[in-house]
Design a protein around this ligand. Structure first.
Ligand SMILES: [Zn+2]
Ligand SMILES: [Zn+2]
Length: 346
């Protein structure tokens, strides 16, 4: 057993505390990663607070992990000691089902094994990246390109792939009008990536308070959704909308912005059902879709794309003692645009 230092939470209303956790001894295909940085994702907060169902505490969140390989199992072929690597939202899947064979492990028919709050194939609870070390089978490890710093790489492992995958799948590129709803951790990545793909990018944010940032990230247009004129002006004009907001919004108003055959993709997960008026879809053959992270192959492709286009998240690096405060600030939308924990402070 390998002992790692971590920051854990013991219940929905508890503060983070120092903890020691066990990582399994390396199996033949496992790599041991010394974690250098871990991003704070909104999902961490939902899970830590027990908002997405019962949680087995103590919980160590974190699924935006960047670090260095420090040991490899005897059968590992892809990585060696010293490699710069990342781990995202999942650490294993069945590997045999139709979706896994296609490289869409996130949609494994038996359920992928999440990086934290899951149970691994040995029956042990998985614990995430707010920690100094993690052991992961090499097939769920990705390589971080040399020109991306490890602190900036961390948020790409969830926020990056969550936005890259639907943009890629629904063909964001030259001649396509893409809107991003919400300018948080996910939204700011969606803007940078969609712009690099060559799309014409519009941000739809509650207010214009982050407009300067949005334009600097590559947005061509920036509108406040609190202004009813926005919906009149943009009616029927967009090919693709990526909705990163996990609060309930008037989704039908956003459908009305899509042109013929346009698609609105939800990547945020509101806790309550969204009422859909069928008329807002059938009138212009519009689609309402969802998308969840991306497969391992696509995650590597996203990292290489970001390296090639010099795209990195805008981050604020914090120490482990600041996690509770960072959670509060994320909930207050007071983050530009992703918190990343320096795990050497754990
Ligand atoms: Zn996440
Ligand atoms: Zn599978």
């Amino acid at each position: 057993m390998i002992t790692a230092k971590a920051r854990a939470v013991d219940g929905p209303d508890q503060a983070f505390r120092s903890a020691e956790i066990n990582r399994r001894d390396l199996d033949t295909t496992d790599v041991l990663i010394e974690i250098k940085f871990a991003g704070i994702c909104h999902s961490d907060i939902h899970t830590a607070h027990g908002e997405w169902g019962p949680v087995n505490y103590p919980l160590v969140p974190g699924h935006e992990i960047a670090g260095i390989v420090t040991e490899v199992g005897s059968g590992v072929t892809k990585y060696k000691v010293g490699d710069r690597v990342g781990v995202g939202c999942m650490v294993d899947s069945c590997g045999e089902c139709e979706n896994c064979i296609k490289g869409e492990e996130q949609y494994c028919l038996k359920g992928n094994i999440p990086t934290y709050a899951g149970v691994d194939k040995y029956g042990e609870p998985t614990q995430g990246g707010y920690s100094t070390h993690i052991v992961v089978t090499e097939d769920f490890v990705v390589r971080i390109p040399d020109n991306i710093e490890l602190d900036a790489a961390a948020p790409l492992l969830c926020a990056g792939i969550t936005t890259y995958s639907p943009l890629h799948h629904w063909g964001a590129g030259p001649g396509k009008k893409v809107a991003v709803v919400g300018m948080g951790g996910l939204g700011h990545m969606a803007v940078k990536i969609a712009h690099a793909m060559g799309a014409e990018v519009t941000v739809l944010s509650q207010s214009l308070s982050k407009k300067q940032d949005g334009l600097q990230f590559g947005a061509d247009h920036y509108y406040a959704t609190s202004d009813p004129e926005t919906f009149e002006k943009l009616a029927g004009s967009l090919d693709l909308i990526i909705n990163t907001v996990s609060a309930s919004i008037d989704i039908n108003a956003y459908f009305s912005l899509l042109k013929l055959d346009g698609t609105l993709v939800n990547v945020g997960a509101p806790p309550e059902p969204l009422p859909v008026n069928a008329f807002s879809l059938i009138g212009h053959r519009r689609s309402f879709a969802g998308s969840m992270i991306g497969g391992i192959r696509e995650t590597q492709e996203m990292l290489d794309f970001c390296a090639e286009h010099d795209i990195v998240p805008s981050i604020e690096v914090i120490s482990a003692d600041q996690i509770d405060e960072a959670y509060k600030r994320v909930l207050a939308s007071d983050v530009k645009y992703r918190f990343v924990i320096d795990t050497s402070t754990i």
